[in-house]
Structures are given as structure tokens and as C-alpha cells.
Design a protein around this ligand. Structure first.
Ligand code: NAI
Length: 308
């Protein structure tokens, strides 16, 4: 199974690293526009093969898309990351041009690939990719909910003072500080609602920390994060390549689901060998439905900037 990752920067290279040492794919091609950069990252990762012990073949390419031919999955992380104080929305103009040309290039060499979009603003970039390529909606998946959910589970586990593996939780809606919706009502610890252990005030604090989770790291690091984003992409790629059928919140095209049409936004999906196998209808209450509608409005507003 072959994966191409376009953009060998922080997120792309971390994703390649996790895919290799976890043996998720047999081959990974890193591609970047910066001369020699992808080759260097690939060589560095390959030099771990005998110590972290893996068999995945990782190679790099400077903008030569013929090396990506026959990929089963293509991950798009190319673009510029958010700088401190910069909103995801401000990234739109620059990243739209990059993502569109990358999607067209990869499909020339891998016409059957499933595309995973990571570049921000991710919901809008996913929508753009779908529209620009004309691919069926099961083959274009935006990654954001997996990361936001992993941050949500982290903050829940901190509040509960319990290991993260025993915590379940999901973030839906747009992949933005003000648009994501951590579903505290449905979160659980060892099968019991987290509200059995945490007060409403504590849950609100967890939700607020989750929503600024990316911005907090950007403030600390001076650029956006990469370990959890890279691992979240690898988790999603694993579910596709190895047909895991995991339920992962992903940004996908809605046609009536959750009361929305013609928009890519985060909803729980079953992810398997065909990409989006199913959109899961989690029964939202009225408050959550209203938040989702508001989030969709915000994403739709951003999509409108694509046409400007
Ligand atoms: P980075 O700057 O470390 O890496 C981006 C790479 O893309 C660079 O190496 C650059 O040379 C390359 N690139 C730019 N234009 C290209 C082109 N036309 N063709 C090929 N390569 C090109 O950035 P980082 O931190 O890896 O973030 C990448 C993107 O992912 C950003 O848009 C960032 O905002 C987004 N992101 C999304 C997340 C999500 O949950 N959806 C989480 C974290 C980051």
C-alpha cells in the first residue's frame, strides 16, 4: 500500500514517521516544493529503520509527481502554517492556490487515490478539493476532527486525572477555534458519562481548552503543532488503508445529513478502504443542533471567500 504526502514540513514529515514506524503502509513518498527538503526528511526517517525497526520504504521528491504514481492515499499538508495571531481564515487565499494545483497533479498520477486534506482552513480546502477535482464525495476527506477529538480527550483525561485511553469523546463541526463543537454530553470515561465525574463548570472548562487547543500550542511553539496533527493523519490513513472502519469525525460533503447541504464540515464517519463508508447520525439535542447550524454558517461564509 502506497501513501503520498505532499508537504514534507512539520505535519507531513511527522505523519510519514508515524506511518513508517507503525507499519501502516509499505511505501511512503514525501513530496515538497523546497529543493531537497523531502529527500532529506525521507532519508532521516529511513535512518530510523534499524532502530525503531520498520520495513516501510520512505522516499522523497522535489516536485516530481511521477514518483507518487499509483498511490492509494494522498495526504495534502502543503501550504503555509498559521503564525501566532493569524487566523485560519487568513490562510485561505494562499493555501487555496496550493491545494488546488497539488490535487490536480496527484490525480494525474494516482487517479484512484483517496485524498486526505490537512491544509488550513481545512473545511474550506476540503470543499475546494472536492469541487476542483470532481471526485466522488467518499474520496475526499478533511482531517481535523481526529485531532480536535484527541485534544478533547487529553483535556478530559487531565480533568478526570485518568489515563486518556479510557476516555471517549468527539468533536464535530468546523475545524476552527470558534466553530468546533466538543460534545461533552456524549463523552464518557470507562463507559459512564463524564458528567458523573465532572461538574458542568469543569466540563465547560475542558470544552474551552479544547477549542483554543491549537492556538495555545501556536503561542507556545511559535508555529502550529505537529506531533498530534501528524499522528491524527496517520490514524486516519490507517483506517483507510487497513480498512479499520473506525468512527472518526472528518470533514466531508453533506447532502442533507445534519440538516446541511453543499458543505464540508466535521461529522462522525466510518472510515475504511473506500474512504468515507458511512456518515453516522449521532442524535444531537436542540442546543447541539443550534451550535452545529451556527458552525456550518461560519464555514459557509469562509467558503464564499473562495469565489472572491
Ligand atoms: P510546514 O510549513 O512545516 O510545511 C508545509 C510544507 O508545504 C513546507 O515544507 C512547504 O515547502 C510545502 N509546500 C508549500 N507549497 C507547496 C507546494 N505547492 N507543493 C509542495 N509542497 C509545498 O507547515 P505544517 O506545520 O506542516 O502545516 C501544514 C498545513 O497543515 C498548514 O496549512 C497548517 O495550517 C495545516 N494544519 C492543519 C491541521 C489540521 O488539523 N487540519 C493541523 C496542523 C496543521
Amino acid at each position: 500500500m502506497k501513501v503520498t504526502i505532499v508537504g514534507a514540513g512539520n505535519v507531513g514529515a511527522t505523519c510519514a514517521d508515524v506511518i513508517s514506524y507503525r507499519g501502516i503502509a509499505s511505501e511512503v513518498v514525501l513530496l515538497d516544493i523546497k529543493e531537497g527538503f523531502a529527500e532529506g526528511k525521507a532519508m532521516d526517517i529511513m535512518q530510523c529503520a534499524t532502530t525503531t525497526v520498520f520495513n516501510t520504504k520512505v522516499s522523497g521528491s522535489t516536485n516530481d509527481y511521477s514518483k507518487t504514481a499509483g498511490s492509494d492515499v494522498v495526504v495534502i499538508t502543503s501550504g503555509i502554517p498559521r503564525k501566532p495571531g493569524m487566523t485560519r481564515e487568513e490562510l485561505i487565499g494562499i493555501n487555496a492556490g496550493i491545494v488546488k494545483s497539488v490535487a490536480e497533479n496527484v490525480l494525474t498520477h494516482s487517479p484512484n487515490a483517496i485524498i486526505v486534506v490537512v491544509s488550513n482552513p481545512m473545511d474550506t480546502m476540503t470543499y475546494l478539493t472536492l469541487k476542483a477535482t470532481g471526485l466522488p464525495k467518499n474520496r475526499v476527506i478533511g482531517m481535523g476532527g481526529a485531532l480536535d477529538s484527541s485534544r478533547f480527550k487529553y483535556f478530559l483525561s487531565q480533568a478526570l486525572q485518568k489515563p486518556g485511553n479510557d476516555v471517549q469523546g468527539m468533536v464535530i463541526g468546523g475545524h476552527g477555534d470558534t466553530t468546533m463543537i466538543p460534545l461533552t454530553r456524549l463523552a464518557s470515561y470507562n463507559g459512564s458519562p463524564v458528567s458523573n465525574f465532572l461538574s458542568q463548570e469543569e466540563l465547560d472548562k475542558v470544552a474551552a481548552s479544547t477549542m483554543v487547543g491549537g492556538a495555545t500550542l501556536t503561542g507556545l511553539l511559535g508555529t502550529s503543532a505537529w506531533y498530534a496533527p501528524g499522528a491524527s493523519v496517520a490514524y486516519l490513513v490507517d483506517s483507510i488503508l487497513n480498512d479499520q472502519k473506525r468512527m472518526i469525525p472528518c470533514s466531508v460533503m453533506l447532502e442533507g445529513e445534519y440538516g446541511q447541504n453543499d458543505i464540508c464540515i466535521g461529522v462522525p464517519c466510518i472510515i475504511g478502504k473506500n474512504g468515507v463508508e458511512e456518515i453516522v447520525d449521532v442524535q444531537l439535542n436542540d442546543t447541539e443542533k443550534a451550535l452545529f447550524a451556527k458552525s456550518a454558517d461560519a464555514v459557509r461564509n469562509m467558503n464564499a471567500d473562495l469565489k472572491a
